[in-house]
Design a binder for this molecule. Sequence first.
Ligand SMILES: [Zn+2]
Length: 168
Amino acid sequence: MSQPLPETADFLKQAERNVGLEGSLPLARLERLSATLCDTTGELHARLNFGSKAGFSHLQGTVEADLKLVCQRCMCAMEHRVSGRFKFGLVLNEEERQGLPTDLEAYLIEGDEQSIIDLLEDELLLCLPIAVMHENECSEFLKKHNEQKQAEKEASSPFAVLKKMKVD
Ligand SMILES: [Zn+2]
């Protein structure tokens, strides 16, 4: 069992203190992501490391989750693991953003507390594949589905009715 992550934090203060956080959050708390899921049970797991280096405050970490999505081919539920890495430079304004090293993505600090939920949700949304599909079991499912359809079609065709009448 992992610890629940705080939903918000003062990122700059965490960076000053070189705070490391690790834990989980329920997927149901991520509203935008939830809209793309067929089942919002489960949680994400994330690591966040705050720190500062060469005059910059930064936040880097990883996030991963098993998402329950709908397969675009057979329209059945499927589980899909996504994971992302992020490396942000925490900036207060455009000038600071310009001065960031190129390996850091800018994260604009607004207000006293920043949302860890929003940050992780954005990362997970970026990880979502454009079209999700089963790899193999999907074709198995489709085969069975088609066979069943075919059987139903034959059973309801006029010839099938005739055949039945003859037998009777
Ligand atoms: Zn499928």
